[in-house]
Design a protein around this ligand. Sequence first.
Ligand SMILES: NC(=O)c1ccc[n+]([C@@H]2O[C@H](COP(=O)([O-])OP(=O)(O)OC[C@H]3O[C@@H](n4cnc5c(N)ncnc54)[C@H](O)[C@@H]3O)[C@@H](O)[C@H]2O)c1
Ligand SMILES: C[C@@H](O)[C@H](N)C(=O)O
Ligand SMILES: [Zn+2]
Ligand SMILES: [Zn+2]
Length: 352
Amino acid sequence: MEMITLNEKMLGIMKTKPAYGAELVEVDVPNPKEGEVLIKVLATSICGTDLHIYEWNEWAQSRIKPPQIMGHEVAGEVVEVGPGVHNLKIGDYISAETHIVCGECYQCRTGNYHVCQNTKIFGVDSDGVFAEYAIVPAQNAWKNPKNIPPEYATLQEPLGNAVDTVLAGSVASKTVLITGAGPLGLLGITVAKASGASLVIVSEPSEFRRNLAKKVGADVVINPMEEDVVREVKDLTNGNGVDVFLEFSGAPRALEQGLQAVTPAGRVSLLGLFPKEVTFDINNLVIFKALEIHGITGRHLWQTWYTVSNLLKSGKLNLDPVITHKYKGFDKFEEAFELMRAGKTGKVVFIP
Ligand SMILES: NC(=O)c1ccc[n+]([C@@H]2O[C@H](COP(=O)([O-])OP(=O)(O)OC[C@H]3O[C@@H](n4cnc5c(N)ncnc54)[C@H](O)[C@@H]3O)[C@@H](O)[C@H]2O)c1
Ligand SMILES: C[C@@H](O)[C@H](N)C(=O)O
Ligand SMILES: [Zn+2]
Ligand SMILES: [Zn+2]
């Protein structure tokens, strides 16, 4: 095993108890076991899932077992390599695919790792990366080029969600409606523009996020609380409706409007998670329109990481306006979570 001298203690944001919030605690720097590496965290970002864990919603109560270090989006440098790791060495810069798949179930053995029946999520089902150091399973590491800024490299995992949604079909030269300009919708906008969409229309109730959507590259923004989304979309597309509808909000009304606004035989990709069952006119809005509909979950693992990495290297992604908050250290983590809760952020990044 390769080793270098490290601090013995580290600061980390820990879900210490089954209740609202989290605590900044000092804990031992962990040791990598068989098949694992220890990284020094260079940047880490907050995902909506971390917010749910922070808020301790129903899903978090059923899944998370405190005490646990939170966080799963990361860019780091390998500082210690555990036994049996041959693909990584000290000094490598890595990020992490968060879905740990079994490789043995029907889906894995037929190439559908993104829906592995035994998926464990790193940072959700195990300690995560909101800390100065973190353990990453070597099989889930993605090697980063050294010239990618850590605050971009940490966004690759959620960028993968956006890539799978936007690029589940072609967008080149097409007209696109995106509903929801939260952190993921914002990433979706830049992926769609970088991939050649001719017109990106964004529906988002929050003025703050509509402004961000504009800065990221949306051609037109609509406030669905005050404007008629379907009429606006039809007016902008010669009455035809958009070629592609990408749902990033999880709002039932947005789903219905998008299905109305997409052109017959158009493509629909659904990433947003709805709070409960949704009712809509499936005959007229899906079947008679002959829509192509995709459910999107996670990423198509490495295939998606290659696409994300190529997009980053192309320099075509406009990520700076998406990163609205950058914190040095974790001291102000409560402020960061509360701002995110209030919808007053794009992506929030910590530089430990
Ligand atoms: N399928 C997956 O694998 C996966 C992975 C990660 C996140 N998600 C889901 O993706 C969605 C987006 O994630 P996020 O972090 O950006 O969430 P978010 O909650 O920050 O963003 C949702 C946005 O939708 C907007 N919105 C609300 N009602 C709307 C309406 N009627 N029309 C248009 N927009 C509306 C909100 O104002 C908000 O800005 C969430 O539902 C999240 O749970 C899915
Ligand atoms: C865990 C979840 O937040 C993660 N971003 C995913 O892609 O599945
Ligand atoms: Zn996440
Ligand atoms: Zn599997």
